[in-house]
Design a protein around this ligand. Sequence first.
Ligand SMILES: Cc1cc2nc3c(=O)[nH]c(=O)nc-3n(C[C@H](O)[C@H](O)[C@H](O)COP(=O)(O)OP(=O)(O)OC[C@H]3O[C@@H](n4cnc5c(N)ncnc54)[C@H](O)[C@@H]3O)c2cc1C
Length: 415
Amino acid sequence: MENLNVGIVGGSIAGCATAISLSKQGHTVKLYERSMGRLEDRGAGIGLPIPTLENLQSRGLLGADFPYLTISNRYYKVPSREFMGKTIWTQALGALALTNWGALYRDLRSRVDDDSYHTGLPVIKITQDKIGAYLHFENGTAEKFDLVVCADGVDSIGRSLVSSGSCINYAGYIAWRGFIPETEMPNLEGPLQSNVNELVGQHALMSDKGHGIVYLIPGFNGETKQGERLINWLWYENVAKENLDEALAGRTHGNSSVQPGYVPKYRTDYLQNESSRLFPAYFSDIVHKTEKPFIQSIFDMHSNVYASGKLCILGDAATTVRPNSASGVVHAMTNAVKLADYLSSSISMAEGLSSWNMDQVEYGYGLVELSRKVGKALQDPTTSWKSMDSNSMEIWWDSVMGDQNWYVTDSKNRN
Ligand SMILES: Cc1cc2nc3c(=O)[nH]c(=O)nc-3n(C[C@H](O)[C@H](O)[C@H](O)COP(=O)(O)OP(=O)(O)OC[C@H]3O[C@@H](n4cnc5c(N)ncnc54)[C@H](O)[C@@H]3O)c2cc1C
């Protein structure tokens, strides 16, 4: 197939992964990101299966020295008199890499040529005709491409042009998130410090208002040594849809998240009180110590078409997966590398896009279903977590998963 001139909307994980993958196949890419500067301060901890990570490294999307911590267990805990709570089940994971969003973005971004990456340039409209696809910019200019890839996240402006059947459904819970440096840990000389290595593993803290998660991730500059890492936490709080507006107090208009520094004081007080009430003391200490917690509401969104004419959508723009299955980044990067693969093995762009579309729509749908299943079970307010032990937890997990595989717990990887 001839080399294409490709315009990419969005310069985050999916956009950078697409730019790198397509450039490696000889296509010319131009990437447009509406934000000015680098995006490094977004998000916090990210989990990636090690086989996926190694595959991305071998394909040149991530460097050999990409920083991450490896874990192989998830400890399910309930509060008890013990500072670290009571572990009711140790679940073996296929090796999982834990990293931070900034490190992932930086590594990907460093592989995209600066001349191809345009910042502060919002795309306001996308059109296509028989000759090409066109990006229209806020400054009144437009540019023509052979192919436009929309990697512009959950509020994608390209999605409705490609897939009219996508709908976004609120999952019934929000994610409170935050992190603290290890050096700022509460009780530095006390129980948490002496138990820090227990955090090398993922902790799931079970409650009837939704579960908490805590794990270590590399520091802001990729540091992986003890004392230089970050402690990353989340609390997935069940919030009825009618109370969502109140739960997202402090958000900017129309946004589904509340940025660090914008959560009102009465809401952080509520978070701290609830963390003391629901969770083991160490988790509550970490939450109390977090200066600027932030909130993301959780959605399911799946598109039934990823490519139409000279346009395609990928990453969160195409399908937004609940974070409970650690799949969002894997989905975004898989979409990107598969797009390059299908284009290079096809005789025309139309044929490549058509095959990629069929494969990735099915893949995205499977991930949404998996995440929904896992998320629903972990958030179930009727499960009596305090009465569970490892036997009943194993029975519970088998009943949740049925015959389905999940690469996090069985280390299978579709890439
Ligand atoms: C609480 C939570 C925890 C998560 N944990 C994990 C995890 O452990 N593992 C995992 O794999 N995933 C996780 N995810 C999901 C993961 O963060 C996302 O799936 C991933 O970042 C999606 O990347 P993206 O590039 O598709 O979209 P985004 O990161 O949203 O990027 C879209 C980009 O497009 C730009 N843009 C938008 N519109 C325009 C426009 N009109 N013009 C120009 N630019 C535009 C935006 O500024 C942005 O930079 C989590 C998500 C949440 C909410």
